[in-house]
Design a protein around this ligand. Structure first.
Ligand code: GLY
Length: 370
């Protein structure tokens, strides 16, 4: 793998921005920042888990800039109104102007929370994403979806608000727990399953080595994922159609997350993994894709250690009615119709707005019994 940075651009007219990825970007980010920051105040909002190994790498590099720090506790629970309120107060107390730049240094939770704060502070201040988890580097830091969770559902309060820059340092993945790497990998596979069967095949061949730390493979996965995502976002920033495909597995996954309660018990990527299997099983039952496809996907998930069945988190209080209720709250829902991303095969995902309710009910009750 090259030591220099690679970059991709997200083309959104005036809102174009670059995604840089590579090794040791943290140590060298002052040279990139110089092109974006001209004396303005920078407020770095960071995930508490980065304090030990990575925060000083970033802050040493930003020596000379006008920086302030705010710590946010690790975990999905920080994507709440409660945490947003605290964060906004901390930022306002530091003094914020339209020229202040927020930096989101962490995983998907920090990126979503800080991005949303940036979108509403003074009706919009600039922000930079420095994603530190695989999930954030391959998905959530790119594309400008920002949000918090509420008890009613995941990401129900938020905004489309693009960052000015994304800096993904692959070395932050070295200290990430395996469980978090796996959760991010679920989003990598997604790109293959949506419309890139060759990439799914690449995942089958290389997934285990990538998960075990191969830097070159990780770099390829981040590059490919960002490339695919940037293309999709450029064509459909506000999810009028195409972008919804990126939600493969998410309608099921979000319902599982709400039912478990946001937290460590079920990570977002784990819920997406289980949701992806459910989406393909549903597609098979509806006669859309072959049983072989489902077996192949299950086999790959199992081989790398991703959770497949919800049996590990399900409790007696789960019911099909509750899951369907959560799904009805999903942002993809229109009127009374539930919308799902289904597939006619590996790499052939599509948006289905007319899902047979009874088939869904049977699938969910089967899932709850397994
Ligand atoms: N994570 C899906 C999207 O950004 O559209």
């Amino acid at each position: 793998m090259k030591n220099s940075y690679e970059n991709h651009e997200v083309f959104l007219g005036e809102k174009n921005y670059k995604i840089f990825f590579g090794q040791n970007i943290l140590e060298n980010c002052n040279s990139v920042f110089k092109n974006y920051v001209f004396g303005e105040k920078i407020i770095v909002v960071y995930d508490s888990s980065l304090e030990k190994n990575h925060l000083s790498r970033l802050m040493t590099s930003l020596d000379g800039f006008n920086t302030n720090l705010i710590k946010v506790k690790s975990g999905e629970k920080s994507k709440s109104f409660y945490s947003l309120n605290i964060l906004l107060n901390q930022i306002l107390s530091l003094g914020v102007t339209r020229n202040t730049i927020l930096v989101a240094f962490g995983g998907g939770v920090i990126g979503d929370l800080v991005g949303f704060a940036a979108s509403i502070l003074l009706r919009g201040v600039k922000y930079i994403q420095i994603p530190s988890t695989l999930l954030a580097q391959v998905d959530s830091s790119v594309g400008g979806k920002t949000a918090i969770d509420t008890p009613q559902g995941k990401n129900l309060v938020g905004a489309f608000y693009q960052p000015r820059l994304v800096l993904a340092d692959l070395t932050t993945l070295d200290t990430l727990p395996l469980r978090q790497i796996l959760a991010g990998y679920a989003e990598v596979i997604k790109y293959g399953l949506i419309n890139n069967p060759d990439f799914f095949e690449w995942c089958e061949t290389n997934g285990s080595d990538l998960i075990n730390g191969d830097l070159g493979l990780r770099a390829h996965a981040v590059e490919k994922s960002c490339f695919i995502k940037a293309q999709v976002v450029a064509r459909d920033e506000r999810e009028a159609g195409l972008r919804a495909l990126l939600n493969l597995g998410h309608t099921f996954g979000h319902a599982f997350e709400v039912e478990v309660g946001f937290g460590k018990k079920l990570l977002h990527g784990e819920a997406v993994a289980m949701g992806t299997i459910a989406a393909f099983e549903f597609s098979q039952r509806l006669g859309l894709c072959s049983g072989q496809d489902v077996v192949r996907i299950r086999e790959h998930f199992r081989a790398v250690g991703l959770p497949i069945d919800i049996s590990s988190v399900v409790t007696k209080k789960w019911t099909t009615d509750k899951l369907i209720h959560h799904m009805g709250k999903d942002k993809k829902t229109e009127g009374d119709n539930l919308t799902f991303i289904l597939a006619r095969g590996i790499g052939q995902a599509y948006i289905e707005t007319d899902v047979p309710a009874e088939a869904l009910r049977v699938l969910l009750s089967d899932l709850l019994l397994t």
